[in-house]
Design a protein around this ligand. Sequence first.
Ligand code: SAM
Length: 380
Amino acid sequence: MHLRDQPANASRRPALSPLSERIARRISRGGPITVGDYMAAALGDADHGYYRRADPLGAKGDFTTAPETSQLFGDLIGAWLIDCWDKLGRPASVNLVELGPGRGTLMADALRVGRRVPEWLSAIKLHLVEINPALRCLQASALQDHAPVWHDTLYGLPDGPTMLVANEFLDALPIRQLVYWDGNWLERLVDWNEAAGFHFVLAPRPNALSLLVPEDLPHPAQGSLCELSPAVIAVGTEIAHRIATFGGAALLIDYGHTQSAFGESLQAVRAHRMVAALENPGEADLSAHVDFAALVRVAREAGTHASGPTTQRAFLKALGIDIRADRLKRGRSAEAAAAIDRAADRLTGADAMGALFKVAAITPAGIVPAGFDGPANGGS
Ligand SMILES: C[S@@+](CC[C@H](N)C(=O)[O-])C[C@H]1O[C@@H](n2cnc3c(N)ncnc32)[C@H](O)[C@@H]1O
């Protein structure tokens, strides 16, 4: 295959890790691979993928998430789930599903709030979609009172009304990248050679992926980059069809943008710092912003009601994070109260998680979930 070289962003290394060697061998045999295939291998390779190894979360790991920042997050999501269950007519049996539950902290906090509504607790059956064995162990101990059932993908979930939560799951799904070059969208691929290591190249000819570039985007300039995630769309479509068929509600929270747009968001994070995306596959978390506009589109096409996307700040404020924080502070020391305030600020700060993270919900037609019913939050 003839490829147009793009600047290498990885330096030469003396010895390849087992995963780098596996990917390099694949490229040497079959030619450059898509960014999606590279991401899938770096994160999900059965032996060496980033999400198959140790617990990546927390101060000693690579990143910290909202539920690990404060119980405020899981508490409010618990209240959201119970309110939705009520709006759904209190079904007697519900699959409560979390995609990528991390250490199980969000679900443990949500279920603790659920103790106040025993009918809800006895209606739910807990299902966790998780590929990381180390995290499955932590989830087992955090959620031992609720007898979770684990799945490798959401396609194995049992039929029935489904209440689903996913925080920072969709951004770990593979994306594909296209670059607008000389009047065509050409796929950006990952190549490897001894001298340059892993590096980006452009495919010589357009492929069918270019048909998926949203039509409502402005005319691209030379070099414009468009990210698409067929994997996110497939997961969003499966969730929406499940809710259209069996009823339920889904809450999707992630790094993302509210409008489809050009630009690169693929990033690699290791030990709380950004590193080069093509350096040391399997050693850093790779993620990309979720196109919430595309998710909302597929939810509506499936006949469900899509709420949002809104910012995490607007969502948590609408659910009453300030009131919840005040309650938690009661009877605590000044130091503990200040820590609660700091955590609330991190979750909602316009210069922190509050603006970077977006939230969308999928419910059956006619049901508007809490957090999206204010004038600023919108839904349709
Ligand atoms: C960024 S962490 C978020 C953890 C948790 N939701 C939180 O907010 O703390 C991503 C989670 O998704 C899981 N994960 C990543 N890719 C996955 C996949 N393809 N299938 C199932 N789980 C996956 C990871 O093991 C981890 O539990």
